[in-house]
Design a protein around this ligand. Structure first.
Ligand code: PA5
Length: 428
């Protein structure tokens, strides 16, 4: 069960204004009366829908080798963050499952791509290319390089080692799939990239990492039912309401986590919220910090520097692995006081200390999660999906939930500038 606390001293959800706004939103979401929500297909998916996806994934998996050294996942934004976030959250950053994954297509760093190519050269690898539009340059660039390597390493069967996840009928990547007879999985209609963790975009890679995807999706559906039953009392609405209030004077939301494996999960949340609400000169600028690491760098700024931010601390009640703090005969470093305890319980003391210290200078929200297995992660996905669209709605930007494809707007501005320079610098 996800639990939300906040330090502002005022229970805004109990004010008449917020009671009305939350109730209005709850009514809209439950009846799906708002036309924008047609694009939020996750609001109405069911067991049957997931079963169709599992069947498709099963067919593709059955035609693959079972023992690739590496899985190279090529994609950016919503076509990148989800699987990485959830694999690391479940297994840890340095686990066998995480180390087998290589993520490319999410940047154009020549060093990064060079070393990724070096890592897989001469090894067996599956190339998973993910792009809904099929026109994203970063993805296309890495796809060229890695598919060319496959063509050199296994010229007669390279297309059996590529899985393309893209629009079922349209787009440049779909054209490649058809021309080169690649294995493929569809990104269904009515999904923005950032909402695709429970479509083949996320589920295929999670299955390759031995996730129990059925439990994850069942939990998502159960959590949605639970949220709808809870109605106006759902924690995700409260989180959205507090963010909306705080952002009026504090435009930056700093998310803090106390475990390394949740950093990518926070990046996934940043993708989700920023692309939903970062429009019309509104929304919170989100960033994430790892505590206690950043307590010794950014911590001083957060407490004593420019007060332009509020903090949302994440606490996971369970530890994946733990160690006992050792007792020394001579207490040179004066830390015997915590000897015999688990590191996770000591970390919890720090989390509580940070809450106490930081709430003196700013509003603080804390979200407590039970743990990191499929059931709990399914609940977490639903929590952030709902709180993200609720935030956008409360901030008055729900009408722009979707990304525009306008060369004069948003990320498309850099893309059209990039195309101009590419044309200008083209080799003769
Ligand atoms: O959420 C989104 O829509 C974006 O983050 C996209 O996923 C991202 O830009 C990649 O797009 P595509 O899958 O079309 O390559």
């Amino acid at each position: 069960m996800i639990n939300l606390k906040q330090s502002s001293g005022i229970k805004i959800e109990e004010t008449n204004e917020w009671k009305r706004r939350i109730s209005e939103f709850n009514q809209l979401i439950q009846t799906k009366e708002y036309s924008e929500w047609k694009k939020q297909a996750w609001l109405s998916v069911n067991e049957e829908y997931f079963q169709t996806i599992f069947n498709k994934i099963k067919i593709v998996k059955e035609s693959l080798c079972k023992d690739y050294d590496y899985i190279v996942s090529c994609g950016i934004g919503g076509s990148y963050h989800g699987a990485k976030a959830f694999i690391e959250a479940k297994y840890g950053v340095d686990s066998i499952e995480s180390n087998r994954m290589i993520y490319v297509g999410n940047n154009l760093s020549s060093n990064h791509i060079h070393s990724a190519l070096k890592k897989v050269r001469g090894k067996s690898f599956l190339l998973v290319v993910i792009s809904r539009s099929g026109t994203t340059f970063e993805t296309a660039a890495s796809y060229r390089l890695f598919s060319d390597l496959l063509k050199t390493q296994c010229p007669d069967s390279y297309n059996k080692h590529i899985v393309a996840i893209t629009h079922p009928t349209n787009g440049k990547l779909r054209e490649i799939v058809n021309a080169e007879n690649l294995l493929s999985l569809p990104i269904p209609d009515f999904y923005e990239g950032r909402n695709t963790i429970l479509t083949p975009v996320g589920l295929f890679l999670l299955e390759l990492a031995n996730f129990n995807t059925k439990t994850l999706c069942d939990s998502f559906l159960e959590s949605r039912q639970h949220a709808f039953n809870k109605g106006t009392k759902y924690e995700g609405y409260r989180y959205a309401a507090y963010r909306t209030e705080f952002v009026k004077s504090l435009p930056i939301e700093v998310m803090g986590a106390f475990e390394t494996e949740y950093e990518s999960l926070q990046e996934w949340v940043i993708n989700l919220f920023s692309e939903n609400e970062g429009k019309e000169r509104r929304g919170a600028y989100l960033d994430h910090v790892l505590f206690t690491r950043e307590l010794h760098s950014l911590g001083i700024f957060l407490q004593e520097g420019t007060q332009n931010n509020f903090e949302t601390l994440w606490w996971f009640k369970k530890a994946k692995n733990d160690v006992i703090y050792p007792m020394w005969d001579i207490d040179y470093d004066l830390t015997n006081v915590v000897a015999g305890r688990t590191l996770h319980s000591i970390n919890k003391d720090i989390y509580e200390s940070v809450c106490e210290a930081h709430k003196k200078s700013k509003p603080l929200i804390t979200i407590e999660f039970e743990g990191f297995d499929e059931k709990e992660l399914g609940e977490l996905i639903l929590f952030f999906y709902i709180s993200s669209i609720a935030s956008s709605h409360f901030m008055g930007i729900v009408a722009s939930l979707t990304s525009y494809k306008d060369p004069e707007w948003g990320v498309d501005v850099y893309k059209s500038e990039m195309q101009k320079l590419f044309a200008q610098n083209q080799k003769p």
